[in-house]
Unconditional design. Sequence first.
Lengths: 296, 247
Amino acid sequence: MHPAPSVIVFTSISGLGFGYFIWLGLGIPDLYGWEAFAAFFVAYAFSVGGLLASVFHLANKKNAIYSFSQWQTSWLSREGVLSVIALLAFAVFAIGRIFFATALPVFGYIGAALAILTVFSTSMIYTQLKTVPRWNMPINPVLFLLYAISGGAILATVGGALSGVVAGVLILILTALQMAGWMMGDKRLSESGSTKGTATGLNTIGQVRLFESAHTSRNYILDEMVHIIGRKHSQKLRMISVAMLGVVPVALLLLLPSGLIVTLIALASHLVGVFASRWLFFAEAEHVVGLYYNRD
Amino acid sequence: MTHLPTHTEKKLGLVIDLDTCVGCHGCVTACKGWNTQNYGAPLSDIDAYGADPEGTFLNRVFNYEVAPADGGASQTVHFPKSCLHCEDAPCVTVCPTGASYKRVSDGIVLVNEDRCMGCGLCAWACPYGARELDYDAGIMKKCTLCVDRIYNENIPEEDRVPACVRTCPAGARHFGDLGDPESDVSKLVAERGGMDLMPEQGTKPVNKYLPPRPKDTLDKQPPKALETVAEEAKGFLGWLDKALEKL
């Protein structure tokens, strides 16, 4: 699949923002006044910024408003609706804490639950697609949620509200599961049972080989779904990703005394790792329509 | 809502004969022509006369070579591919705006262009590459089964079939109601063993493909080598044979 910057930024940044919201909703850290303003500003900047990035993926933005209408059937629609409700719940929660020094924990808990559902819906936009076997497996929603919660945990360590050990352990679990996810994903296309033979129905006769493609130039299908450039360095990128999203932040959080500088460096490294891993999430994903174009 | 209908009154679709198709791309051209001049946003071309032309098409013809498992001669199969108007169309349910829908009256899968926001998720959900986003209009385009021809009382009756079917010079494309077991297309599918593409995807395509007919094979054994009629030479050749052996 085409690793479009808009969707990589969208899933990474909005996940981090909603992950931070989950912790803020639980009262970790328990902030009021200017400190609360700063924390909620960061959470809103990441989540809303990510959602705005997704709009750049649309070819016909003027109809984007209709995307809130199909929540009964479409995960993309559910994601839009849930994100708006979650952000509204947190608006009440944040106003109470910033201006009235009031905790309003119910709004925090509801907001945290909605933030979890929002990230889950984001993951299901991809996981629901049978056409992309690497995405169509149960570990992907788990990974999306862990990315959000552990990224948010790094931010929640500011001021010592959450211990670096908790954040470090969460990131260790995330890194281990991400490596497991990559290995499971590598086998998914062959496990799906789809081949050139089933795609053309000609497997009943014999071995199928592409003789001539239907078109000599590129088209939307190839641009979007038969992207192969990103796979060339996939092993190197996996190692870079593991180091940046996992090893470096864990070492910083567990070995160094906590402080704003350490947290910011850990977060920066983690984000670079998340971007690399999201690049791979798209670039490595094989769409079964590629079977019609397969020259092997 | 982009719910799929539980039942459609008809299942209009195409039956494509892979045995008869000659791979002329006539259907591709007729489709592009009709659907550029009629319903919906035109199928655009980008850099049409430049070095790197590309465009939107709703129907494309691939060519495959199939090598039989028993080691016989390979054969070339021309393979037209367009929307299969699936009963369980995954492209419809993923649509966030309600632009994609499947009609209850005839089962045709369509895009409401006034609602499409061009997110492309429906194209991702389709295993067959049947949906192409038009780069000029920013709208998802797909085969409409020529809804603006098949019910059009302003054109002669023989033209009330999809443009690809009307133009096919080999008679390799057939149009009809695949939900009616007594229709010509249903009988053809039953007779020729019509098949689904990627059945493991669970999309239940309405369009069917007729596999190439088995190739002819020789029905007699090739003639044997001539049998020896004389074991021992006689006469002059017999004398020569003996004389040469004594040397």
